[in-house]
Design a binder for this molecule. Structure first.
Ligand code: BGC
Length: 450
């Protein structure tokens, strides 16, 4: 791939990095915020949850906006919001400003979660869509790892302001980068001109023939003149919308963020010291990045549904083995087993459910409502994150750890059944073919004849 082509995709995915960073950084920062700003358990929960509440609002609101003003312009706004939020957090004098900063960052997080996958998906030629879409996940995992490392580096000086404020660096790179990036050709064809769309496709597609085929398909779809809202509300899209939302919810409630957010807590419950727990967490973050690199290479070679099912089997087995062993030998002697099984869980999630959800969400939805529908599914996903983030500590202290893992294993089985029964396969088909089929299947009418 030409280098400027790769740069477009890498910069396009930077929003993912910020999402990962802001997700990963708070656990470390919280340890030290107390020293400067008094927090009780309620206000501490507020600081954690306010970002997720912001993300719920951001993902719901940004979808329709990205259909209206364009993906690129929205990412530009998001980058500015990231900068403002990071500054507020770094300088916060008291709890309300801290909560406000987290809420603002949340808006940007939700916005980029909903917009970046759509942008990447629409920029990519069909045969690379899986790989290029997975770059978003790669950036998320790099962001999480970067946060763990920054937490580690600043722990000695109790530098929570640095931890939260450093998010400004990738925000500025995103702002500068997006200023040089083209708008998505599919959005351009809809809202500007065919020429504008073609000019962009010349950068990211391989040859004129590919461009002509895509443009022809895009025009056929564009000719079906419905507004975003009428598509979103239409009965033919409803099943797909519901499936997309449940898919997004499952990605969270299989338990990934119980590990990403609470690994140190789990490790210390298993008797590891503070330093070893942090190191274990950095290890988990590193594995997450490495397997996602593998995912980028396999995403277009194996059917998406197959990957998801393999992922479920692996995650469920890791959880079951861990629960059974903790149960038989006791949690205090299980540190090694827990590290191994959590790592295996991450391997399976990182190669399958992590990237594939973000690849598939925009693929599943029709052009006119892609931003809004992906936004809605992302909103549900953020509810899922909030649920796990709030419930895990409660469950973990009320039940023994093995029972919590068993609950996640059970949800993993349900997720697998859901994938097999309800998800469409999207690999190797253009976005327009997928939409055409969806319309035909759900309405029983050939869209060309409408
Ligand atoms: C999920 C995040 C999660 C991350 C872990 C993403 O796909 O949406 O919630 O923290 O993967 O790598």
């Amino acid at each position: 791939m030409k280098s400027n082509k790769s740069l477009i995709f890498i910069l396009g995915a930077l929003g993912g990095l910020l999402y990962g960073y802001d997700n990963g950084v708070i656990s470390g920062a919280l340890l030290f915020i107390h020293d400067d700003i008094p927090l009780n358990s309620f206000t501490e929960g507020l600081v954690v949850a306010s970002m997720l509440v912001g993300a719920i609002i951001g993902s719901g609101g940004s979808g329709p906006l990205s259909d209206k003003i364009g993906r690129r312009r929205l990412v530009l706004i998001i980058a500015i919001i990231y900068i403002v939020g990071s500054l507020l957090l770094a300088l916060a004098p008291n709890m309300p400003v801290l909560v406000m900063g987290r809420l603002i960052i949340g808006l940007a997080v939700g916005g980029s979660m909903a917009t970046v996958p759509v942008y990447l998906s629409e920029m990519a030629p069909t045969e690379y869509r899986g790989s290029l879409g997975s770059l978003n996940q790669l950036m998320i995992t790099i962001g999480i790892l970067a946060a763990y490392l920054v937490n580690y580096a600043f722990a000695d000086i109790e530098g929570w302001r640095w931890m939260l404020g450093l998010a400004i660096v990738p925000s500025i790179i995103l702002l500068v980068g997006i200023a040089f990036m083209p708008e998505s050709p599919r959005w351009l064809l809809e809202h500007r001109s065919e020429k504008a769309a073609r000019d962009v496709m010349k950068i990211t597609f391989n040859n004129d023939e590919e461009i002509n085929t895509e443009i022809k398909e895009m025009k056929e779809i564009a000719a079906i003149s419905e507004s975003t809202w009428s598509i979103l509300k239409s009965p033919w899209l409803r099943p797909t919308l519901i499936i997309g939302c449940i898919f997004a919810l499952f990605q969270q409630i299989v338990g990934i963020n119980a590990i990403i957010f609470y690994a140190p807590t789990i490790f210390s419950k298993a008797g590891l010291g503070e330093a070893t727990s942090i190191l274990g967490t950095v290890g988990i973050g590193t594995i997450n990045v490495l397997v996602t690199i593998v995912a980028v290479f396999i995403a277009d070679k194996v059917d998406r549904k197959k990957l998801l099912v393999v992922g479920n089997i692996g995650m469920v087995l890791s959880l079951l083995v861990m629960a059974i062993l903790i149960w038989t030998i006791g949690i205090e002697s299980s540190a090694g087993i827990i590290i191994a099984c959590l790592s295996l869980f991450i391997v399976f999630f990182g190669m399958t459910w992590g990237p594939i959800l973000w690849v598939m969400l925009p693929e599943m939805f029709p052009m006119r409502a892609r931003g809004a529908a992906t936004g809605l599914a992302t909103l549900v996903l953020n509810f899922g994150t909030l649920l796990v983030a709030q419930l895990f500590p409660v469950l973990n202290s009320a039940l023994s750890t093995e029972w919590v893992f068993l609950i996640f294993a059970f949800i993993g089985v349900l997720a697998m059944i859901f994938v097999i029964r309800y998800l469409p396969e999207t690999r190797g088909r253009s976005l327009e073919e997928i939409e055409y089929d969806l319309r035909e299947k759900t309405t029983g009418v050939d869209p060309a004849k409408i």
